[in-house]
Design a protein around this ligand. Structure first.
Ligand SMILES: [Zn+2]
Length: 308
């Protein structure tokens, strides 16, 4: 697994995944669709088939749980800005996954760093030092769930720090953007890092996707960082609209300054996605959670508590 991790780091690391460009299909993002998206939350798209509930703890109101999916120390942030203004800086990123418990099903968003890191301890590869303390499965136990209780999985994108623990969920439905799937399974030996995804039941999606058909949980198409990069919108009764960024932004500052990493598939497309995201955040008055930003994560409830 460590070898796989190293390969994943190499394939996904700064300056090493430029070949993802060949899979990019530039799309025009229709800002006009934002209002409709906000009002109907992607209404009109086909519904995902959600399995009937089993004996897991039932809920009547949607909840959003934050899972600790690792820590990433970065010895030189230069790779995180094409403007060159981060050179020589260091930072520590949170790596987070999320569980959306909806009355119609449970959606796991992102799969974090590989579980093998728990046994190996922190691993250094280039500018990254990555570590993990607890698997997703062990964290689900804290809220009386098992991997079999998870109905749906989706990842913001296929970089190593978001795709690490698929092996814990064999047979689970995987909602995957078609362009991201094509980039992952591209006929090269880099596919090996995604072996565990082959055990999932793939459901391909294209564009924004209303997960449960009621407008409360929607995968938002935000391509550019990778060919099929996505974010997640969750509408909660008390907490309001939450927007999870994926890696559209890595830090609060990179959101303010619209900084694009050097390891990025398509910069103009990424900027377009940033503008789409900001329009959606504005019209929904959303609370934005940058998944790698420690300050944003510190403000969220810790297991077994959730936003509701
Ligand atoms: Zn990331």
């Amino acid at each position: 697994m460590v070898i796989l991790l190293e390969r994943a780091l190499l394939e996904s690391g700064p300056m090493k995944n430029i070949k993802l460009n060949q899979f990019t299909t530039p799309k025009t993002i229709l800002l006009g669709s934002i209002a409709a998206l906000a009002l109907s939350a992607c209404g009109g798209k086909e519904k995902a088939e959600v399995p009937t509930a089993n004996a897991k703890p039932a809920i009547t109101q949607t909840k959003l749980y934050t899972l600790d999916c690792g820590t990433i120390r970065i010895s030189d942030l230069d790779a995180f800005s094409t403007a060159g203004d981060y050179a020589g800086q260091t930072d520590t990123f949170t790596d987070t996954c999320y569980l959306v418990r909806h009355p119609e099903g449970d959606l796991l968003w992102d799969l974090g760093l590989p579980a093998a890191l728990i046994e190996s301890g922190p691993q250094v590869n280039g500018i990254f030092t990555v570590s993990l303390e607890k698997t997703i499965t062990d964290q689900l136990k804290e809220i009386d769930l098992t991997p079999k209780d998870i109905d749906l999985i989706s990842i913001s994108h296929s970089h190593f720090d978001h795709a690490g623990q698929a092996e814990q969920f064999p047979g689970t439905k995987w909602l995957v953007n078609d362009a991201e799937y094509a980039a992952m399974f591209n006929g090269t030996e880099a596919e090996a890092q995604y072996e565990a995804f082959k055990s999932l039941e793939r459901v391909t999606i294209d564009g924004d996707h209303d997960v449960f058909g009621d407008g409360t949980v929607a995968i938002i198409d935000l391509p550019g960082h990778t060919p099929g990069h996505t974010g997640l919108m969750v509408k909660l009764e008390n907490a309001g609209t939450i927007l999870l960024t994926g890696d559209l932004f890595h830090r609060s500052e990179s959101r303010k300054l619209q900084r694009v990493p050097q390891f990025n598939t398509d910069e103009p497309q990424t900027i377009d996605s940033m503008e789409k995201f900001e329009a959606l955040a504005s019209v929904t008055d959303a609370r934005v959670i940058i998944q790698h930003e420690p300050d944003d994560i510190a403000s969220l409830p810790k297991l077994p508590e959730a936003l509701d």
